[in-house]
Design a protein around this ligand. Structure first.
Ligand SMILES: Nc1ncnc2c1ncn2[C@@H]1O[C@H](COP(=O)(O)OP(=O)(O)OP(=O)(O)O)[C@@H](O)[C@H]1O
Ligand SMILES: [Mg+2]
Length: 480
């Protein structure tokens, strides 16, 4: 048996408490019964004593000692009732003393006198137990016309003692049995109560990354144990989701990396075997390989950014950043790309919006959203940037008049490697990581991103920064 186990310790405490209760109840029963039996005897003694008092009080002046003794003997029959009666007239004349009782429990001649407080005047009766004689004696002083009497009236307490002895024997026999039963029962009860916890731990031991679908048995106890099993199962669900997401991400990343690598390998193998290439042909082939390498680089740097964001790196260097200024400078850097595609950039709605954040990451949000807006907008379209700060927080909005996103794809645009039109996006160099990165940066800044889009009308990406991230600089004049 494990002495440090919860079952043992709880069982031991339970046994201790129950044993103390048994002992208390046993002691209480013993003394209660003793008190009850003795007070019964005392009552009966007082009734008999009153009878003798009446005989003494009613005795005529010329009554002899013998006639009083006979009267007592006839009316009370003390030997037959196992009683002791001794009447003494003051100062020391023995008038009557009962004989040996029928049950031989005491010797009347050996019963010693009990001192009464005031032997000269009538006083309250005194009741005492003479253990050596097995007697309860009531001593009364009676003042009558024929003289002062000391009446000693006793009764045998043998049957009372026998009853109490029997009770003691019973308690001595029962208590150890009850304590042993309490100890065994307590240990079994606690072990039984802890069995669900055992089952929980056994199931938990069977779990590994391979069988994360396994769930702990829910204990329907309606208490902390049930809540614990439910929360552990919820936690396991989240753990499984996150492991599955990581696995999917790894599989997708490998798949995405394999495509450009296969293309590069094919191109290079062809180059080895074709010896009669002209210089311009060679440049063209190498150019195509370089294009794939560029794609690979784009993909790998996207993966790197995501893994750094997952590791929570962005928390480090936060500062006050004006979103309007940042949007302005970023748009200026990307203006050439937009002009190449015949797209106008509208910066008229930029208002000073200072928030706390990581400037480099916030810039990445603008770059990725602007890059998408320019790439997915046909020539002649417009891309507009808006920043604003109000009581509810800061807002960054990038909208375009482009091809839009079908409503069925909108819930997935922030997923890693998701592209609405796989082929076309990959052609364009897109890895499907841009919006996933934006989403991660937003989460790290406590911001929410939402998209409104309809095919052929354009899209609008809106990033809402919470109020607490707004630096104490309010809405001001346009920065551009
Ligand atoms: N402004 C937009 N207009 C229309 N479709 C868009 C827009 N922004 C994103 N999308 C769609 O959402 C998909 C996911 O965008 P995301 O930026 O994550 O990937 P990507 O641009 O294809 O690749 P990457 O950004 O990694 O270069 C895009 O492939 C595109 O189909
Ligand atoms: Mg993109």
């Amino acid at each position: 048996m494990n002495h440090r186990s919860l079952a043992f310790r709880l069982g031991a405490w339970y046994t201790l408490l129950l044993s103390a209760t048994f002992v208390l109840v046993g002691t209480g029963t013993f003394y209660g019964l003793q008190h009850f039996l003795r007070s019964n005897l005392r009552d009966s003694l007082s009734r008999r004593s009153i009878q003798v008092e009446q005989i003494l009080m009613q005795a005529p002046l010329d009554a002899t000692n013998g006639s009083i003794a006979r009267e007592i003997d006839t009316r009370l029959a003390p030997e037959f009732n196992n009683r002791f009666i001794r009447v003494t007239r003051e100062p020391a004349t023995l008038i009557y003393r009962s004989g040996r009782p029928a049950n031989r429990s005491f010797d009347p001649s050996a019963v010693r006198a009990i001192a009464v407080m005031n032997a000269t005047a009538a006083s309250a009766p005194v009741t005492e137990v003479l253990g050596d004689q097995h007697l309860m004696i009531r001593t009364t002083l009676i003042d009558t016309i024929t003289g002062k009497y000391l009446l000693e009236l006793g009764t045998s307490i043998e049957s009372l003692q026998a009853t109490l002895d029997r009770l003691l024997d019973l308690l001595a026999l029962l208590l150890p049995v009850l304590i042993v039963c309490a100890a065994g029962g307590g240990y079994w009860l606690v072990s039984w109560a802890l069995r669900p916890v055992d089952r929980l731990s056994q199931t938990a031991e069977q779990m590994s990354l391979q069988n994360l679908a396994l769930r702990l048995p829910v204990v329907p106890s309606g208490d902390a144990l049930e809540r614990l099993s439910i929360s552990l199962n919820t936690m396991l669900g989240r753990l499984r989701d996150s492991v599955q997401t990581s696995r999917r991400f790894l599989a997708d990343a490998s798949h995405e990396l394999r495509t450009p690598l296969t293309v590069i390998k094919g191109e290079l193998q062809e180059l080895i075997h074709e010896s009669s290439l002209t210089k311009s042909e060679l440049r063209e082939r190498v150019g195509s390989v370089l294009e794939e390498v560029g794609r690979l680089e784009h993909l790998v740097s996207g993966l790197l950014v995501l893994s750094r964001l997952d590791a929570g790196e962005t928390q480090r260097d936060w500062a006050d950043v004006d979103l309007a200024e940042l949007a302005l400078s970023t748009a200026e850097q990307m203006r050439l790309m937009a002009e190449d595609r015949g797209i106008a950039i509208d910066l008229s709605a930029l208002r000073k919006t200072v928030i706390r954040g990581d400037q480099a990451r916030l810039k990445q949000i603008i770059v990725n959203l602007l890059d998408n807006a320019i790439r997915f907008t046909p020539p002649g379209g417009t891309v507009a940037l808006r920043t604003a700060a109000d009581d509810t927080g800061g807002v960054l909005e990038i909208s375009d008049t482009g091809i839009g996103i079908p409503s069925s794809s909108i819930p997935h645009v922030f997923d890693r490697f998701f592209r609405v039109d796989e082929g076309r996006s990959r052609e364009d160099g897109g890895a499907g990581l841009g919006l996933a990165i934006v989403k991660s940066i937003c989460s790290a800044h406590g911001a929410e991103i939402e998209v409104q889009s309809s095919p052929d009308c354009g899209s609008c990406f809106r990033v809402g920064f919470p109020r607490r991230s707004i630096a104490p600089a309010a809405v001001e004049a346009p920065a551009a």
